[in-house]
Design a protein around this ligand. Sequence first.
Ligand SMILES: [Fe+2]
Length: 176
Amino acid sequence: MRDVTLLDIFDHRITQKYLNRSGLAHAIAVAYHAFNLAREQGEDADAAAKAGLLHDMGHFTWYRNGKWDYDLYRKNDIHPIKGAERAHKLLIRLGENPVKAKTISLAILFHTDSFLPTNDIVRTPLQQIVKWADEMDEEEGGLHHYRKIEYERARQSIIKLDEKIDDAQFENKKSV
Ligand SMILES: [Fe+2]
């Protein structure tokens, strides 16, 4: 049994607020990619899916005159830091295991090199998975942040992914 499900996270108003800002469709796609990669590599699929879902929750909207301003964004963005902090606070509030909350939060912190002075950090397998999962869903010009999904369809995808995580954990237990 997991302490917190993806649906618990998805239904929280903080998640809704920030994921609607950075793109709900993208968040769900990255959660699925991260889950699949973790399954292939024998990593924690639950932590991967949660980090994937929340990885962009630190985004601020850098608008100037009603349009996204990429120069401002590149100069000022710290979304991985903010995202790691917001996700950690949310997960602890929901009752997540603190070790897992830290693991997820760090995977969010290192999901991109965009804010780091160099791009030579050594990632854990889980951190690498979340970075790859994000890149798998990236579209030119940041368009992945604007892809739309209906709320009810999004919620159903989350419920499906929760089932997949539970099945995966059940199988893991059987094979031990
Ligand atoms: Fe992303």
